[in-house]
Design a protein. Sequence first.
Length: 175
Amino acid sequence: MPKLPFLLALLLALPAAATEVYRWVDDAGQAHYSDQWQPGAEKLRIEESSRYSAPPPPSRPAGKAPAAKAAAAYERLEIASPAHEEVLWNIGGQLRVSVQLQPALRNGHAIRLLLDGTAHDLPPGATETRLEEVYRGVHTLRAQVVDAGGKVLMASEPSTFMVQQTSIARPGGGD
């Protein structure tokens, strides 16, 4: 039940207007929480949401410029295609991958894809490619921004997608 503390923290962070929460346990013993009543659910009342304000960042001495590393930072890197949990049918082993990056890729940096843990380096400046020999099954894809030396500057969240193939023996599918 490692998800339970996260769910409770999430519920406690709800806005003050959403103070009624329902809790129920399914047949497998897993606790669930919702703002919608479910049969057998108990009502929980959250009196006040907890709030946290981070302390201000330390000020830098006057006259010192920010580090070059901060200037090279990327704000966002995500896999645009295939979408997370997308099911792809009959792709013939060829997977089109596209990543989105903010700000744009800088000179000397490149995108590296990790498909099921295997690295695929894109040409410098490219944010799209086609990967070969991606067949039926569940796959995990992650993108990284790397510098000229191969050092990882930023990594995306992993994305999972499925490849399905119509069976010749059972073209209509079914169980």
